[in-house]
Design a protein around this ligand. Structure first.
Ligand code: ZN
Length: 271
């Protein structure tokens, strides 16, 4: 409450509901809580409070918003916290907890795909044919999702992850009977936060694979991944972008990977 009061001026809050007139160091208005023709509602910025001499209502921004919006106190607190940009502890903890779990399950999936790449000569051969070195594959944490419907889902469940979380991370699709892997028989490119944590994937179909779902499949929008605000490779490019004061923007992951490999690390893809 104190933090919110520090950040929001009572004048700003009240004036978004009521037309205020300056009256010396104070403001007056026609009271929003009772019907009147001449203003008897007085607002004092210095005291951070208001009082109506007609109906007797008075208080601070909390009581004002509570009354004018018809909300209870917790709802008022949420509304004003948002307006002030103050995070509420309980809510922040709950969201933080889920995000932390989503980061973990996405990291586990990345490790799974990396391991599967090492086991797949065909996928390694494909990357080589595209000119990608082993070192580059490691840097970008490129992996492989094997063919089949439940490889990743089964692996993650065995590791103790809940189905609902796997789905929330965008890794599985709710089937008619069982959830199944979103990415199948695809070379996997993790999309990372600027801190380098995987938040989503792009999967490119293997040559000759069933491309009914498209050559590229992307993670859906999730709590972690907002497509329009993420650039592929930014985690690896940021220091070089700052150094060069320049950034190369390309369309696809493969282009970004190849340009990085050729020595221009200040490259990102819009994917
Ligand atoms: Zn009044």
């Amino acid at each position: 409450v104190e933090q919110i009061k520090e950040k929001l001026s009572i004048v700003d809050v009240v004036s978004s509901y009521v037309k205020l007139e300056k009256a010396g160091g104070n403001f007056k208005a026609r009271c929003p809580f009772h019907n009147e023709k001449t203003p008897s509602f007085l607002l004092s910025p210095a005291r951070d409070s208001y009082h109506c001499f007609g109906c007797g209502k008075g208080g601070d921004i909390f009581s004002f918003v509570q009354d004018i919006e018809g909300l209870d106190f917790p709802a008022t607190l949420r509304l004003l916290a948002e307006r002030a940009g103050v995070s509420l502890d309980a809510r922040a903890k709950r969201d933080g907890g889920e995000k932390a779990m989503l980061y973990d399950v996405l990291e586990a999936a990345t490790k799974f795909f990396e391991g599967e790449l090492r086991k797949s000569p065909a996928a390694i051969e494909y990357l080589k044919s595209r000119g990608i070195t082993g070192e580059t594959a490691k840097t970008f944490r490129i992996g492989f999702a094997p063919d089949g419907w439940e490889n990743l889902v089964t692996y993650l469940r065995q590791k103790g992850w809940q189905e609902s979380l796997i789905e929330k991370a965008g890794l599985s699709v709710k089937g008619k009977t069982n959830p199944y892997d979103r990415f199948r028989n695809r070379v996997m490119f993790p999309i990372c936060s600027t801190q380098g944590k995987p938040i989503a994937f792009t999967g490119r179909i293997m040559p000759g694979g069933d491309d009914q779902m498209g050559k590229y499949v992307n993670s859906p929008e999730t709590v972690m991944y907002h497509k329009s605000s993420v650039l592929y490779g930014l985690n690896l490019a940021k220091s070089s972008i700052i150094k060069e004061s320049k950034v190369i923007v390309v369309e696809g992951q493969m282009d970004a990977v190849m340009i990085h490999q050729a020595g221009n690390e200040n490259v990102v893809a819009v994917s």
